[in-house]
Ligand binder design. Structure first.
Ligand SMILES: Cc1cc2nc3c(=O)[nH]c(=O)nc-3n(C[C@H](O)[C@H](O)[C@H](O)COP(=O)(O)OP(=O)(O)OC[C@H]3O[C@@H](n4cnc5c(N)ncnc54)[C@H](O)[C@@H]3O)c2cc1C
Length: 460
């Protein structure tokens, strides 16, 4: 909802700024005059080309800015997952409006075929120093458009390209944006540089280009990146290949600290790049290393090609770069609702941190912790290496947290209906697979109007 509203406001702002610089009579009526000249169609085509072009390039500038992972956007949109969501949908909207731009441009052939060329206006004057670049800017724009469409298709149809290769390609997006900025600068009519559109587009193109260069230089998140050290690595469970690993990291003293439930981008290996992992310990829960560095815990499940190799790659003393902390999964719901926490598989990691923050002796933030009922879904409770820790954290929490385990090996799969027995309106905090999250989301919109909190990250 927030994403749709933000995109709606963005497009409306651009449209209003455009309306301020075009003549009030757009000259589109009649589309074909008494002499059979398609003056109105040609005008309509011209306006459609310009307005869709403005929409598209401004949305791309927004995409570039959101990719910077700025704390300002995190605050404004209510979490980094919302920033990612808007980044993705602004990218899709940019591609759709680029298609409108292309269709409007191509429509000249149809208008000519039906009514002839008469009434087609001459080229608008553009920035004087770019007058000779028209042909090149048009070709560049067309190729960048095709590449943009290909990129969006690869993003949406994930089976076409594995995540890792997609990510490498995705890094080239700022280059595409810079090409399209040149296209826009060279072809935008001189009259559009009048206020307010000129100021708006000038600022967006400049800020978007700066953001693109920032991304290409690899500086995104640099100010929130900390050089840490692996203090300890342990395999949890008896089969190293399928078992999660626990990594204790010693953070530099400049680490600003985190709140329980937050995550960070973790880079163990410069060639691999950063992966998001939840900080699975409460602030101060692990104390400090002998050198006085604050410690934090990651619990990593071998879910993919890279994470499957981590138990062999990681060792104590190794450098690790940690960027963050990010996120708002803090388990602080409304007092008027019953708090229900639902974790599935490695989605239990933020709840480790939230439960640790409720252990006796941990600093409280002035208010008593609200009562919670926790549900945990596991494939096989007998072989689950995370379950015993969860059970003892729940039992020792203040107040104790009742835990219901849904053991798939015994046919106990959690469904939204299982939560209907909870008393009163519910505040549900969920972390786990997308399918269960979507089912809870659907149910939450029903007559019972549950309030569902989940960090819905789709990094692609
Ligand atoms: C906010 C957040 C918190 C997470 N917390 C934990 C945690 O505490 N413990 C845990 O085990 N897992 C956690 N994950 C999942 C973890 O990030 C992925 O399992 C891991 O990155 C997979 O990498 P891979 O190369 O082994 O897998 P692949 O097979 O290459 O990828 C599997 C999927 O993982 C995701 N992914 C892969 N690489 C990245 C990347 N660099 N950035 C973003 N997503 C990526 C993609 O969706 C991809 O489709 C978290 C994910 C998010 C978004």
């Amino acid at each position: 909802m927030r994403t749709k509203v933000a995109l709606g406001i963005w497009l409306l702002g651009i449209t209003l700024a455009w309306m301020a610089v075009v003549p009030p009579d757009l000259g589109v009526a009649p589309l074909v005059n008494a002499q059979g000249t398609a003056l109105g169609w040609w005008q309509l085509r011209q306006h459609a080309i310009y307005l869709s072009g403005l929409w598209s390039i401004s949305l791309m500038a927004l995409v570039m800015l959101l990719a910077l992972r700025l704390p300002l956007f995190d605050r404004m949109l209510g979490g980094m997952d919302q920033v990612y969501r808007l980044h993705k949908w602004a990218g899709i909207a940019a591609a759709l409006t680029a298609i409108m731009h292309w269709v409007a441009k191509e429509s000249s052939g149809w208008i000519k075929a039906l009514w002839g060329r008469a009434g087609k206006s001459e080229h608008d004057a553009v920035l004087p120093w770019l007058t000779d670049a028209r042909g090149f800017a048009k070709d560049l724009g067309e190729w960048a458009f095709y590449l943009l469409l290909a990129m969006i298709a690869l993003t949406l149809i994930s089976r076409l390209l594995p995540y890792k290769r997609w990510r490498i390609l995705h890094r080239a997006m700022p280059l595409l944006f810079l090409a399209l900025v040149f296209h826009a600068l060279a072809l935008m009519p001189l009259t559009f540089w009048a206020l307010p559109l000129g100021l708006l587009m000038g600022s967006l193109l400049a800020l978007g280009s700066l953001a693109a260069v920032w991304s290409l230089a690899g500086w995104v998140g640099r100010s929130r990146s900390y050089a840490a050290r692996i203090q300890q690595v342990a395999v949890l469970g008896d089969t190293p290949t399928g078992a999660p690993i626990e990594v204790i990291c010693a953070m530099p003293k400049s680490w600003p600290g985190h709140r329980a439930g937050q995550f960070a981008f973790v880079r163990f290996d410069a060639t691999e790049g950063a992966h998001p992992f939840t900080i699975a310990s409460a602030p101060h829960a692990l104390g400090h290393s002998p050198e006085g560095e604050p410690l934090l815990r990651l619990v990593i499940k071998p879910l993919g090609d890279y994470t499957r190799t981590l138990h062999q790659r990681l060792h104590a003393g190794q450098r690790v770069d940690i960027e963050g902390p990010y996120g708002r999964f803090d388990g602080q719901g409304s007092r008027r609702r019953q708090q229900v926490w639902v974790a599935a598989g490695v989605g239990v990691t933020p709840f480790f941190a939230l439960l640790e923050a409720r252990q006796p002796g941990m600093p409280t933030k002035g208010r008593d912790a609200a009562p919670v009922h926790m549900h945990y879904c596991t494939r096989d409770a007998r072989r689950d290496p995370l379950l015993s820790r969860l059970q003892s954290l729940c039992a020792q929490a203040q107040p104790p947290v009742p835990l219901t385990v849904h053991n798939e090996a015994q046919g106990e799969r959690l469904t939204p209906q299982d939560l209907q027995g909870e008393p009163g309106p519910l505040d549900i905090w969920f972390c786990g697979p997308q399918g269960l999250g979507d089912a809870l989301h659907e149910h939450a919109r029903g007559p019972r109007r549950w309030c569902l909190h989940r960090e819905s990250f789709a990094m692609r």
